[in-house]
Design a protein around this ligand. Sequence first.
Ligand code: FPP
Length: 246
Amino acid sequence: MTVAERRKPTPQAAAVPRHVAVIMDGNGRWARQRGLPRIKGHERGADSVRAAVRACRDAGVKYLTLYAFSVENWSRPRAEIAALMRLLRKFIRDNENELHENRIRLRLLGRVGDLPADVRGELRRVEQATAAYDAGHLILALSYGGRTEIAEAARRIAQEVRDGKLDPADVDEDAVARRLYLPDVPDPDLMIRTSGEMRLSNFLLWQLSYAELYVTAVLWPDFREPHFKAALEEYGRRQRRFGDVS
Ligand code: FPP
């Protein structure tokens, strides 16, 4: 896929995003507002993940990328990290059947090797078991950082140049994009962030260059199918110009 193909959806797909990326924020606040431990917010957030997958299937959104754990999240309290890892493993187990029924491919984005071996094993197993599917792609960003991803691509380019496999004159946008974690995945058309923060938080820094941004005050555990549909409708009203004139 070239940079242009990765960036621009086909005209018929323009009304419905081909790829939606989500920063699932506000789990902690949702729990605090109810006097509950933070993990309760994450647990409810996992139900919103299921809702988002179904909303994408129903609307015809082919790729859904969820920011589930950033490289920065490793600095959270150990108990919260452990609870999030347990939740992730449970989510995969509880939802594997639904992935098979809907022919949805699970993909992993990030430094997955950083995850505990049991969680990683479960994720890799389902990734392999769903690898042949193409009806939808559920991409979990785990131990993910946008700057880390770009730096790793730069390192690979430097190594290939050093080894005489790549001419510096050929290092262009395509060359970088081909060395990102999932080079076959088109750029997100729409990025949703819940809980009102106006930040990218090191998410898909390269890939979001031309994405439409949608920020809602709704906290992630409350963000369900109707909210997802509202975001898609707002996207359908946007005029995308990709730097061109309309
Ligand atoms: C941000 O809320 C959320 C996270 C860091 C974790 C996201 C995890 C889930 C939605 C649950 C499990 C995921 C999957 C894929 C099953 P926050 O804790 O930063 O909230 P706050 O800003 O209100 O404190």
